[in-house]
Design a protein around this ligand. Structure first.
Ligand SMILES: Cc1ncc(COP(=O)(O)O)c(C=O)c1O
Length: 391
């Protein structure tokens, strides 16, 4: 037995996680990005990826990625500020800024790194950061890193937010950050009212459009869809979801982006994305800009499926997007439902605490624009069977 006592503590914690059905394990997938993934040798309909537009396998992205590798090699070999920069990276930032109708944009190696940099750069120990209770973990981690005072408000509860803003109204540096589409619930932030409050309380407004880009607002996100882009100070987004690739991005006024280039530690002290990824990102953004209606069909089929699931008696929360939660409550039920759907040829991830609040374990359905009518029927049949206890 290992003499160091921390091994026993760690083992104990792992056993506790397993006993509460909370132990996380990497699933046994041979290939998980396509519409049909391969799980333990079986082909299953993939309702778990964030590749909402089915771009991860698109020929044009693949071609652009391969061309970039052939031209520039595999690695960027340094951070952007040293030598890890290529003409293509600047081109992508310019195109993204144009697409988002902002002065400037900058790339990060991930959406996670972008959120860390934004909050750590613009907030410090004497700042206040208002954050929706259901914001993504990277936002929470950014606030922790910055040392700012974290003022959480109840999910989409404007009365609560207002009272919290009022209680610290004299603080000097205030930032509000919110997901626009919430990743585990698929509902949206009340952005117009939030923008009003941020104006009134002299607060910087930052939005995370990771799950809205590619889908809403002709691919630009919720702020554009609702005509609010000009009222948002910083627009964070990610190439890892609707754009089918990888990387985070921030767009906004020139001086804010310039400040971020100077202060963002996850940008300054980390190697730049590899050329293959940047090539794919450029192709993805051009594709979405040229064909901005892909998101519309996705939202239409998502609304239809949500209606069907509710008619069967499932609780799909307040989803308004391509992310449809099927909230089942306890962890064991969520895992059992996932396993039963696998038997029916469908892969839908079971999401459990701490990713979602206690007692709200769920299947999280990520709809894709390339689902056919037959696929949709298969999903409906599987859920009808699940409800009836037949599967
Ligand atoms: C709302 C939100 N923001 C940020 C991220 C992080 O993005 P990435 O996966 O590119 O690191 C995610 C990822 O799931 C997310 O859901």
């Amino acid at each position: 037995m290992n003499p160091k006592s921390f091994y026993r503590r760690i083992e104990g914690e792992l056993i506790e996680l397993e006993n509460s059905s909370l132990l996380r394990e990497v699933p046994d997938l041979d290939y998980g990005a396509a519409k049909e993934l391969i799980f333990k040798g079986r082909k299953l309909l993939n309702l778990s990826s964030n590749d909402y537009l089915g771009l991860a396998e698109d020929e044009r992205l693949v071609h652009a990625s391969v061309a970039a590798v052939k031209k520039y090699g595999c690695g960027s070999a340094a951070s952007r500020l040293v030598t890890g920069n290529f003409g293509m990276y600047d081109e992508l930032e310019k195109e993204l800024a144009r697409f988002k109708e902002q002065d400037d944009s900058m790339l990060f190696t991930s959406g996670y790194a972008a959120n860390l940099a934004i909050i750590d750069s613009f907030a410090g120990r004497h700042s206040i950061v208002f954050s929706d209770k259901l914001n993504h973990a990277s936002i929470l981690d950014g606030i922790r890193l910055s040392g700012a005072r974290h003022v959480r408000y109840r999910h989409n509860d404007l009365k609560h937010l207002k009272s919290r803003m009022e209680s610290v109204k004299d603080a000097e540096n205030k930032i509000l950050i919110t997901d626009t589409i919430f990743s585990m619930d698929g509902d949206s932030a009340l952005l117009e009212e939030i923008a009003d409050l941020c104006d009134f309380y002299d607060t910087m407004l930052v939005i995370d459009e990771a799950h809205a880009e590619g889908v809403f607002g002709q691919g630009r996100g919720i702020a554009h869809e609702r005509g609010l882009a000009g009222r948002v100070d910083l627009h964070m987004g990610a190439f890892s979801k609707g754009f089918g690739s990888l990387g985070g991005a921030v767009s906004g006024r020139r001086e804010l982006v310039s400040y971020l280039r100077n202060k963002g530690r996850s940008f300054i002290f980390s190697t730049a994305l590899p050329p293959a990824v940047v090539g794919a990102n450029l192709a993805a953004i051009r594709l979405v800009a040229e064909n901005s209606s892909r998101g519309e069909r996705l939202l239409k089929i998502s609304r239809e499926l949500k209606g069907y699931l509710e008619s069967c008696g499932f609780n799909c929360g307040d989803s308004e997007s391509q992310i449809i939660p099927v909230i089942l409550g306890d962890n064991v039920s969520a895992l059992a439902a996932r396993d039963r759907l696998i038997e029916e040829g469908i892969y839908a991830a079971a999401i459990r605490p701490p990713t979602v609040p206690q007692g709200t374990a769920r299947l999280r359905l990520s709809m894709r624009a390339d689902l056919t009518d037959d696929d949709l029927q298969k999903i409906k049949n599987a859920f009808a069977g699940l409800k009836a206890g037949r599967i």
